[in-house]
Design a protein around this ligand. Sequence first.
Ligand code: FES
Length: 199
Amino acid sequence: GCRICESVCELGRIKIIKGKAVVDEVACRGCGACSAACPSGALQTRNYTDEQIMAQIREATREINEFPLVIGFLCHWCSYAAADLAGSMRLQYPTNLRNIRVLCAGRVNPSFVLEALRRGADGVLVAGCRLGECHYTIGNYCALQRMNVLSKLLVDMGFDERRLRVEWLAASEGEKFAGIVKDYVEQLKELSPIGSELK
Ligand code: FES
């Protein structure tokens, strides 16, 4: 009942009724920006719950046999589609990236990034639609705000600022996607494995 989700839902699909958040599940489009904003974890997105995404993070970091290991959170509509296109175009890029698909970059809870780093990922890529082109209107602006704050926090905690990278892509930008992965992997190679920063 804190009303944060209500303020985040640009489409007005959440109402606080008798002190509790009530979602209009028929009209909800499922971006998940509300779930990422919910400070108590009470609000979950069907098929993209915190636990389901955390399980993917755990699996992606279960065996680390590549340096650097990058966990990517990609929005379904543009950046994931761009990754798909890079594959269809047979573009070559490093194998260090493990993608986790979310419907919108706005679904990326900062705790996902922290968990990926805590579990040994050397870098995290958060990628969504180009600003102004989010399929849920403002999800990528929500992500931008959160990742800006998180980035500063990570630096305060002693992490190199390159541990988190944020990118915006159109679905047609397969080449750009491959270029981003190549560039990010090269950047991370200049750092030590994350273990040294976690101590
Ligand atoms: Fe791609 Fe929102 S749908 S960032």
